[in-house]
Write a protein that binds this ligand. Structure first.
Ligand code: MN
Length: 445
């Protein structure tokens, strides 16, 4: 696990002025990676203020050490994700020195390698060969479970195993990509007991945090909880779009399938584990009477620093809101520190059967919800599946009302959902995760 070092110094400033603003997601203490496309050319970039530094161009004019060049000039991030920890630290240090207010590098050459974020065209940051999604929030699992099993919301395994399923890597898209409303089989509603196929009516988002594998493990080998974080490269925002009507009909006995695999959106930015060092926190405090994690999922370091104090928000805007120039509506907000299982526990569990994790694999946490109603990370929970017997506080209704008066139980066509994440505390500079956005398009004819 990374310690705080001089790259986190809160007094450090950049010659890119916008990076010194108090509320920027991308001060010099963050330095998240992305992949941008310019013409037919893809390059790895680093976020700084409202700019992206094209590090392929910077490396091309000799600004990075020779042993780093081969990895940073690739069109995707896998090679830097697979670097040793020492190399990664060196890369972060060198990029920070280039962007420092007192840089010794040639400013004109660096400025030529900047692209304004507003004009940047982002790509999925790496080749993701496998994607797994967990279910690690006790609040989310309890809420969803109690809708379907009021007396028995959590199944007996839940507090012993970080529950997960294998998602679909091929349909992962980057923020800004349209999401087509899926059609599929739904439970029979007629007396004939014949299921019907039609566009999903219960389309939902899931507010999640993703984490990318750095160096993997060989098939047949495991990853100890003590070493788990050394196998992680960084974190990102994930929206696990979910068609609840398809999911409800198909999920038993093998779990989610087509209700999830039509699209998953990731934010363009990968915030490194090193950048997150000042924002680590203790793991979730399990209520008295809960089982302690089995030995392979427990370590003192994981107990002390396994959590991440990452604030998360979901916003929505409907087409009507955008046409009227209205601001987005915040639907919920919570912190990733509310997760029952840590990222190290999820990764260690994933490899505990000898399953080989590979560089660039994506894992996501599952919907992040907190204890309060305002902290629920999907519409299914927020509207309690539209249940009128479970109204929103201060109202008679369970449906959400937009500032235009439009009502939502689930997502409508042209609704745009945006996820945000940021870390803040008194001692260090605020860092952010940027935005993870998707807009719902009508189902295909
Ligand atoms: Mn999910």
């Amino acid at each position: 696990m990374y310690n705080v070092n001089q790259t986190h110094d809160p007094d450090r400033q950049s010659w890119v002025e916008s990076a010194n603003a108090d509320d920027t997601d991308f001060p010099i203490q963050n330095l998240p990676f992305c992949v941008i496309e310019q013409g037919s050319d893809r390059s790895i970039g680093v976020g700084i203020g409202d700019q992206v530094l094209n590090i392929k161009l910077a490396a091309g004019v000799g600004m990075l050490s020779d042993d780093l060049v081969e990895a940073v000039v690739q069109p995707s991030m896998n090679a830097i994700m697979g670097m040793t920890l020492k190399q990664r630290e060196k890369l972060r240090r060198e990029i920070g020195d280039l962007l420092d207010k007192n840089t010794k590098a040639n400013r004109a050459e660096l400025e030529a390698a900047l692209v304004p974020m507003a004009l940047a065209k982002y790509r999925v940051p790496c080749t993701i060969r496998d994607y797994s999604d967990f279910y690690a929030s006790v609040y989310h699992a309890t809420n969803v479970g109690s809708m379907f099993r009021p007396d028995n919301p959590l199944l007996p395994n839940w507090k012993h195993i970080p529950i997960g399923y294998h998602g679909r890597a091929s349909s992962i898209v980057v923020s800004g990509h349209e999401v087509r409303r899926p059609a599929g089989q739904k439970a029979p509603t007629n007396d004939g007991m014949i299921p019907n196929v039609s566009p999903s009516k219960l389309l939902d988002y899931e507010l999640e945090v993703g984490f990318y594998v750095g160096r993997g493990n060989q098939l047949g080998k495991t990853i100890s909880i003590e070493n788990a974080e050394d196998h992680l490269f960084g974190m990102t925002l994930v929206n696990d779009w979910s068609a609840r009507d398809l999911q409800k009909w198909e999920y038993q006995p093998l779990g989610p399938f087509l209700g999830k695999s039509f699209a998953t959106t990731v934010s363009p930015w990968v915030v490194t584990m090193e950048a997150l060092a000042p924002f680590r926190c203790a793991e979730f405090e399990r209520p008295e009477g809960d089982p302690v994690p089995l030995d392979y999922l427990a370590s003192s370091e994981n107990s002390r620093n396994g959590g991440v104090d990452l604030n998360l928000e979901v916003h929505i805007s409907t087409m009507q809101m955008r046409e009227l120039g209205m601001a987005t509506e915040k639907l919920s907000g919570t912190s990733f520190r509310n997760m029952y299982w840590t990222i190290a526990q999820m990764l260690t569990h994933h490899a505990s059967n000898g399953c080989n994790l590979q560089t660039g694999d994506l894992m996501a946490s599952g919907t992040v919800s907190g204890p309060e109603r305002s902290e629920r990370g999907c519409l299914l929970e927020l509207t309690w599946n539209g249940d009128a017997n479970n109204p929103l506080p201060g109202t008679q209704r369970s449906l959400l009302t937009m500032p235009t008066g439009e009502e939502r139980k689930f997502l409508g066509d042209e609704d745009e959902v945006s996820l945000f994440g940021y870390c803040v505390n008194e001692k260090y500079r605020r860092i952010g995760f940027g935005e993870c956005t998707g807009i719902i398009k009508p189902a295909a004819e």
